[in-house]
Ligand binder design. Structure first.
Ligand SMILES: *[C@@H]1O[C@H](CO)[C@@H](O)[C@H](O)[C@H]1NC(C)=O
Ligand SMILES: *[C@@H]1O[C@H](CO)[C@@H](O)[C@H](O)[C@H]1NC(C)=O
Ligand SMILES: *[C@@H]1O[C@H](CO)[C@@H](O)[C@H](O)[C@H]1NC(C)=O
Length: 335
């Protein structure tokens, strides 16, 4: 009897405990649902040995030097600085693109005798990169690139593991509207004599010449000019198989077909067959209006996928051999 009374007691006790547990759970559910919804937490999970999703070229991350530096005589850029060289070396291997808006105002001069330098502030990615802004650099004077500067640039690149992509001036034009290649050939001949390994470009954002320089070179003419350049390059042993890339149009936009149409016309005129890679420039933001939070919104970066798809569509339509597509310039300057 005593044993059974103890058992009944135990049973009662367990029942009470069970009820308390249930009440406890209900209470904690109530408390949880009364709390404010927690903010999402972003966790970056780095797997120790992830499988490779995509392998980029070892030179994928490359750098550019704006042609405006040539125009102002490298006033803020000491090519001989050992410190600079040490830093650049750590970014190698890569391409060093020398180009930009002022590329179409640079004239090569073997001697330093008639050097023309202008302090200017017109870089790619500045206001001029935005189609809605009339830049009117029409009266911006030419500047010279001397042979000495060219050799120094080449030395800087080659001793730090970089290959130069040099953007030739396409706005030197003949009266009949074709490219005046005489100055470019001088540079090519000089570089060939010095055994310089260079990749060539011709013109910078040619679809924007109207708003930047108040002049224009249509895309079929530009394709002809690229063929001329290819013919010139083939005359020099260093460049018979040199890479020539272009046409460096501005970012294709779904809402404004200007750049897209220009590229389409360039390819339909056969321009794609003379270049080794189809190039375009890509800017995520308008440097005048961008704010810090824009950089943190992943959606802003999705635009590139659509742009690459637009260019891929064109390239596969016009190219049987599927030329690679290069982003030859990207930049966002803060205000
Ligand atoms: C630049 O030089 C070329 C060739 O000498 C000349 O035709 C052109 O007018 C010059 N441009 C400017 C803006 O001075
Ligand atoms: C393109 O420009 C060239 C040279 O100025 C001209 O001869 C040609 O007619 C132009 N083509 C088109 C389609 O506008
Ligand atoms: C552009 O050039 C034309 C002449 O070719 C000139 O009449 C016009 O005023 C220029 N526009 C600007 C904005 O400089």
């Amino acid at each position: 009897m005593i044993a059974s009374a103890t058992n009944t007691c135990k049973l009662q006790f367990l029942k009470i405990i069970a009820v308390m547990v249930v009440i406890g759970i209900l209470l904690s559910i109530a408390t949880v649902s009364l709390r404010p919804i927690p903010k999402p937490v972003h966790i970056l999970l780095i797997q120790p040995n992830p499988s490779i999703v995509y392998a980029t070229n070892t030179k994928f991350l490359s750098v550019a030097l704006d042609s405006s530096m040539i125009a102002d005589g490298f006033s803020k850029f000491d090519m001989r600085s050992q410190r600079l060289r040490n830093m650049i070396k750590n970014l190698s291997p890569g391409y060093l693109r020398i180009g930009g808006t002022m590329a179409d105002r640079i004239i090569f001069a073997i001697s330093d005798m008639h050097s023309e330098k202008y302090f200017i502030n017109e870089q790619d990615g500045s206001d001029c990169a935005y189609e809605e802004i009339q830049c009117s650099l029409e009266s911006r004077p030419n500047s010279t690139l001397s042979a000495k500067e060219w050799l120094e640039l080449y030395d800087l690149a080659s001793t730090t593991g970089f290959t130069i992509l040099f953007d030739l001036n396409v706005l030197l034009r003949k009266a009949d509207g074709t490219w005046d290649y005489e100055n470019a050939e001088k540079l090519i001949e000089f570089s060939n004599d010095k055994n310089m390994d260079v990749i060539w470009q011709l013109g910078n954002e040619p679809n924007s010449f109207q708003h930047v320089f108040n002049t224009s070179v249509n895309a079929s003419q530009l394709a002809q000019d690229f063929m001329t350049l290819r013919r010139i390059l083939s005359k020099y042993p260093m460049y018979t198989n040199a890479l020539l890339v272009g046409p460096d149009v501005t970012r294709p936009r779904p809402d404004d077909t200007e750049s897209f149409s220009y590229l389409k016309e360039f390819l339909s005129a056969g321009g794609g067959h003379v270049v080794n890679a189809i190039t375009f420039h890509q800017y995520y933001f308008n440097g005048r209006t961008v704010v810090n939070t824009d950089f943190l919104n992943p959606k802003n970066y999705d635009i590139l996928t659509a742009q690459i798809d637009m260019v891929k569509g064109l390239v596969s339509y016009y190219e049987t051999d599927k030329k690679p597509i290069w982003l030859s310039m990207s930049h966002t300057r803060e205000r």
